[in-house]
Write a protein that binds this ligand. Structure first.
Ligand code: GDP
Ligand code: MG
Length: 220
């Protein structure tokens, strides 16, 4: 009897899961001009704007994804690297499930500054619970002028995936968010989502996105 009941519950759980949208908040951090906004624009709209305007303060984008049959609402927070917004960006981090650290492969200084960003943010969030990836952007520009071994060493030390990407040429951009979700799900095991094996990042059709938005509107 007990077993039957459990089976029913499992089915019900699956059905419920179909209706669920898992919301994750993630933030992109790094110096001005490294390409944070461009990476988000590429990921969310598959566009690249050569003359993108500077982000002021904090901006957000929402992207709906299917990952491992789960509907995910990814809230992507874009920050400005300007000095006056640094504390704002830092204070936003304690609400996040994931952080993308971005530097510019053609400007050494931007990688050095990642270390400062990380140290500051580490004071307010626990990276054992929060996902993180390191991104070297603008891989289309040559030469890179940066010692890749040192970056790898740093990423290993901080247990972050290191992704070399280009928003301009659309290289490894999806990978950034896929790897981050992977890390978030691993770290949230036993909390929000249990035993999730994350596979390739999928995309929802427009119709599916609209259906999710409609459902969300009904329930809020
Ligand atoms: P943010 O300040 O970090 O948000 O940087 P932006 O996204 O505004 O990008 C700053 C500048 O770098 C813009 O002129 C972009 O067109 C350019 N940019 C961004 N990503 C890339 C890239 O992958 N390759 C190249 N060559 N330029 C890029
Ligand atoms: Mg920006």
């Amino acid at each position: 009897m007990k077993k039957k009941g459990n089976k029913k519950n499992k089915k019900q759980e699956d059905l419920d899961d179909n209706e669920n949208i898992y919301t994750y908040k993630i933030i992109l951090i790094g110096d001005s001009y490294v390409g944070k906004t461009s990476l988000i624009l590429r990921f969310c709209k598959d566009k690249f704007d050569e003359s993108s305007l500077s982000t002021i303060g904090i901006d957000t984008q929402i992207k709906y994804l299917m990952q491992n049959n789960k509907k995910i609402e990814l809230q992507i927070w874009d920050t400005a690297g300007q000095e006056k917004f640094r504390s704002l960006a830092k204070s936003c981090c304690n609400q996040m499930q994931g952080v993308v650290f971005v530097f510019d492969l053609s400007i050494k200084e931007t990688f050095k500054n990642i270390k400062t960003w990380y140290t500051n943010i580490e004071q307010i969030i626990d990276f054992k619970k929060v996902g993180a990836v390191l991104v070297g952007n603008k891989s289309d520009l040559e030469p890179h002028n940066i010692n890749q071994d040192k970056i790898m060493e740093y990423a290993n030390q901080k247990k972050m995936e290191y992704i070399v990407a280009s928003a301009k040429k659309n290289i490894n951009v999806n990978d950034i968010f896929s790897k981050l979700l992977d890390d978030i799900m691993q770290k949230s095991k036993g909390k929000k989502i249990e035993n999730v094996n994350v596979h390739k990042l999928g995309r929802l059709s427009v119709a599916e996105e609209e259906e999710i938005i409609k459902k969300k509107k009904k329930c809020c």
